[in-house]
Write a protein that binds this ligand. Sequence first.
Ligand code: NAD
Length: 286
Amino acid sequence: MKTMFENEVLPDVVMPACPILKILKGQKAIVTGASSGIGKAIAIALGHAGADVVVNYVAGEEAALAVVEEIQRCGSRAYAHKADVSREDEVRDLFERMAGQLGAVDILVNNAGLQQDAPFDEMTLQQWNKVIAVNLTGQFLCAREAVRAFKRQGVRKNVSCAAGKIICISSVHEVIPWAGHVNYAASKGGVMLMMKSIAQEVAPYRIRVNSLAPGAIRTPINMAAWGTPEAYRELLKLIPYKRIGEPEEIGRAAVWLASDDSDYVHGVTLFVDGGMTLYPGFETGG
Ligand code: NAD
């Protein structure tokens, strides 16, 4: 289907420089994989909304420090911490330092993730294990440390009516099968039921657990899908709303999910995907 937007590369969505509304004031957040793409946008959005932020990264200290600087510029505290989320000892250190340095943990955004693609019969065990280790086990390790911290500290009434919030960054591929990316789709499908099961278990402690499932977002992970006009045109066939998403749009959704404005939202996946999960192949009647 032709639309008026088909050949248009839309400009970046611009965030206001330093928003005045600080709905996360006093809260302490940790964002994994926050030196690029969606994690970077989320860390900055949380910081702009008043949270103090730990910017986790695994490589590229300079990029992580630039995120820290942007958060500090708007008046929140921030520091960068190098840790591989798939390593139990490094995740423990990440949370221990945060408790010592910021005094609390209120928000975890489980964002770190990667792809290692291959046709299924050529996929190595190493490719399978790596993607599961970062995308699924990494989220488990961080969520476990966060829940331990939330239970220890309880509700901090002066900052939030919940004892803690976990936001898992999933993907439309928690429900859309993805040939050639079996390890990635399996990891995100795993995140979906891990998130819901944790949510069921920890709700009585006033700990909220939800997922954000992005569709196609303009970040390094999927540059092949939007980096040329031909690829972008192909991509639009999968998106009823006929444009790619921007990382800042996930950042704004994360701020809402982390805030008390969404206090009754628990155990759900919020798709931010321009309708990608609406089976666009059926838009002409199937
Ligand atoms: P990205 O590559 O820019 O970000 C991923 C980040 O995770 C990088 O900063 C990377 O260094 C970090 N990371 C990788 N392994 C790590 C490890 N072991 N420990 C700590 N950090 C690690 O890509 P992105 O698009 O911003 O992806 C962020 C999240 O969003 C991922 O979970 C991805 O699956 C998800 N997602 C992205 C899209 C999209 O269209 N871009 C769509 C759906 C879901």
